[in-house]
Each structure stands twice: as C-alpha cells, then as structure tokens.
Design a protein around this ligand. Structure first.
Ligand code: HEC
Length: 227
C-alpha cells in the first residue's frame, strides 16, 4: 500500500504549497509585519519592500525558482545583527513561504481562488460592546494586523480600553476622534500581555487603532460608536 501510494505520488510532495506559504507570510511567520508584499496585503516597514526587492528581477526574466532560492536563503542565513529573526519558518514551511514570495513579488493584480483568502485573519463584524465601562478588543492571536472585531460600542464617559496580544508582533490599542486626533494610547505589548489605557469620551464616532508604525495602515483599526 505504501509502495503504491509513493509510486503514484509522482513526487507531488516536491511542489510547494503556496496557500500555506501565504498564510505563514501573513500570520504566524509574521514576515508581513516587517515587509511590504502587495499581493499578500502586508505593509510592514521594518525590512525592505519585497515587491521592490524582487519585482525588477522577475521582470527581466529571473526565474521564480531563482528568486525563491534567494528568499529561502535569507530566511535561514540572516546576516548577523539583523533585526530579521533567523529561521522564523523552517523546512517545507520555509520552501512554501519562499515560493509564494517568488511567485507574487512585484506582480500586479490580486491573488485568485483559494490563495485569495489564505491566512486572512478571523475578524468579526459583530461589535464588541463595553461592559461596565471596560472595552476588551484583543489583537489577532497570530500576529496579523487586525483586532478581533472591526466594530465596538461603549457608553459615554470613562472607557477603559484593553487589548490582549498573544502574538510575538508588538501591538497596542489607541483611540482617535473622527478628525484623526489621538485621544489616548496604551503601551506596545506582545507575548500575552495587555495594552491598556482609559479615556473619557463624549457621544460620537471614533476609531480604535494600533499605533505601531504601519499597523493602522495595514488594517489594524475599527470603528467605535459612543452613545
Ligand atoms: C522583525 C522584522 C522582520 C521579520 C519578521 C522578517 N524580516 Fe525579512 N528582513 C528584515 C530586515 C530588517 C531585512 C534587511 C536585511 C537584513 O537585515 O538582513 C530583511 C531582509 C529580507 C529579505 C532580503 C530582501 C533584499 O532586499 O534582499 C528577504 C527576502 C526577507 N527579508 C524575507 C522575509 C521573510 C520571507 C520573512 C518571514 C519568514 C521575513 N523576511 C521576516 C526584517 C524582517
């Protein structure tokens, strides 16, 4: 049976899994927290823009395999003192991430089919409602640039904001008025800690955001209605 299976497998295990690669790039792997890659929708700015790094090479005909090799090498052989953590992903996962980056870097358009939704954070549209003046809006546990919901509501007066962050990517929670003015902000936290602050808010529309550079722009924000 095992023989028959491997004989009919025709080395399909050699093909990288792009869906896994994209999910890791966006989520757990957190590559996207530091790198722009437009097809993946990531806007991190602590490392080089990967569309710019590899798009031109792809366009002059450097093959996907060559680019994938460069990316995979970077993951495993990060230079000393780099802020990019070494071996964030390993083995087949590293191969999958590298193959995904190589396929999409600098390419126009959008990912299609199953790849389109790979790794999308689970964000609810159901508003989170403050209880006894306390509003708990957690960060996405995988490190994606998202809060648990895009909407929240609270009663006018003192509101305590609290956002637990289980991921390794630093996040905070902050509130802005409808003109974009920052009204309050909790500390940057990671690894299970909570970012917390309180603000006194009158009835109206606000946004809650993560003010770590690039995160609000990357989608880490939502609407807060105070009644
Ligand atoms: C904490 C931030 C951070 C994370 C997370 C991160 N990188 Fe990087 N990356 C960097 C920085 C900074 C550089 C610049 C070169 C260096 O420091 O080695 C870089 C360089 C690169 C390069 C080389 C780009 C070039 O211009 O040659 C590639 C490719 C790359 N990263 C891919 C990845 C992938 C894939 C992941 C996820 C597995 C990842 N990075 C995760 C910060 C990060």
């Amino acid at each position: 049976m095992i023989l028959a299976l491997s004989a009919s497998g025709c080395g399909r295990g050699e093909e990288p899994d792009l869906i896994n690669g994209k999910a890791l790039f966006i989520g757990k792997g957190t590559c996207g927290a530091c790198h722009v890659l437009s097809r993946a929708g990531t806007k991190g700015n602590r490392g080089p823009d990967l569309d710019q790094a590899f798009g031109p090479a792809r366009n002059v005909g450097l093959g996907e395999k060559t680019v994938a090799g460069v990316v995979q090498e970077q993951i495993a052989l990060v230079r000393r003192n780099s802020t990019m953590p070494k071996d964030l992903v390993t083995g087949e996962d590293a191969r999958d991430v590298a193959a995904y980056v190589a396929q999409v870097a600098g390419q126009p358009g959008k990912d299609q089919g199953a790849l389109a939704n790979a790794g999308a954070p689970k964000v609810s549209n159901k508003p989170i409602v403050a209880k006894a003046g306390s509003l708990k809006i957690d960060a996405d546990p995988t490190g994606a640039l998202a809060f648990a919901s895009r909407k929240a509501s609270a009663g006018a007066g003192a509101v305590v904001f609290e956002s637990a962050n289980k991921s390794a990517v630093p996040h905070n929670i902050a509130v802005k008025d409808s003109g974009g003015k920052l009204l309050g902000e909790g500390p940057d936290v990671k690894g299970g800690a909570s970012s917390k602050f309180s603000a006194t808010l009158a009835a109206g529309k606000y946004t809650f955001v993560c003010t770590v550079p690039g995160h609000e722009e990357g989608g880490m924000k939502g609407e807060l209605t105070v009644k």
